[in-house]
Design a protein around this ligand. Sequence first.
Ligand SMILES: Cc1ncc(COP(=O)(O)O)c(C=O)c1O
Length: 372
Amino acid sequence: MSDKKGTVLFYPYIPKKSLKILENRLSTRWIGQGPMVDKFEKKFSQIFLNGKECVSTGSGTDALHLAYILAGIKKNDEVIAPVFTCTATNIPLLYIGAKIKFVDVDPNTMNICINDLRKKISKKTKAIVCVHYGGIPCDMSEIKKIAKKYNVKVIEDAAQALGGKYKNQNIGTISDFTIFSFQAIKHITTGDGGMLCIKDPKLIEKAKRIRWFGIDRRKKQLGIWKNDIKEVGFKYQLTDLGASIGYQSLIDFKKIISHRLKIYNIYLKNLSQNPNITCIHDFDKNKNCAAWLFTILLKRKDFLQKKLRQKNIETNQVHFRNDKYSIFKKFVKNQKFKNMDKIENRYLVLPIHTKVSEKDAKYICDLINKFI
Ligand SMILES: Cc1ncc(COP(=O)(O)O)c(C=O)c1O
């Protein structure tokens, strides 16, 4: 790989047949939410959810907002959520007016710190939100145990964990609610899109209604005139255009995940030997990582990022601790996040996507090991 060509941090996976698929779709009457969305949901449920029904959305953020509403979270309810995550995890809690209780990061996995979760949960807690950072599954047995003790709902933000497993169970089949994202640079994309997986089948119809203004779309499409809206809904649907690309990506999913894992394992093998670098990884055999990000911790992060940039290799921070954003300040008065403080200036995300070849990944490792 020449230095000139370089490697970008993210690149969308676009199936080869996309142009043809879109051409076909554009020549039908359905481009918004139509039969292709149904087909996409069905395929997704067959691959990841043992056939259980799921509800696609216009984004992972939409799916989170719906999950929080369906979990019964209301204004002023206290919700446990990770301090280190994409802001999309926490912002929909602000839509509702919930009170966020931030939990520190586990510096080994960048997931929620279970010890801090135990300290922060209380009788006032309504729900626990956890995020599988970079595709590394959280300790779901522990989280479930704690949730059971306090009788609270668990919402998994699995935006980054498509194809991940915990104790041989697919992520998406474990908790009360799980969401995925199909935003441009995720494992699969629908342009923008998301999926909401719900344990209680009784909530599916409500999820579908509040995805679409609160209207029962199916009944309406049957030409029924009697009509009412009893709950406020949103306009959070996926489109047939996006679902067409997503459907083909689901067919390609095995190939996508196996490539990402190959790149992930090259980084892990070649960088974990370096005494100046810590690889973010979980060796727990109960966890199958979905390899969305590969993150390293090191003291000379800025130096390495600059050196790699000179070789046209992009690296970045991706997420920033949420407690430092002004919109969340009211939730963090006098609170300390010791682990977050320690790693705040040390993490760096390396490129993983289907355009990174094994040769590219080895070359990036050689450069890192030369510089650090
Ligand atoms: C952890 C996490 N949660 C939620 C989201 C939101 O997903 P979307 O961009 O599809 O709204 C993302 C990604 O963007 C994410 O990485």
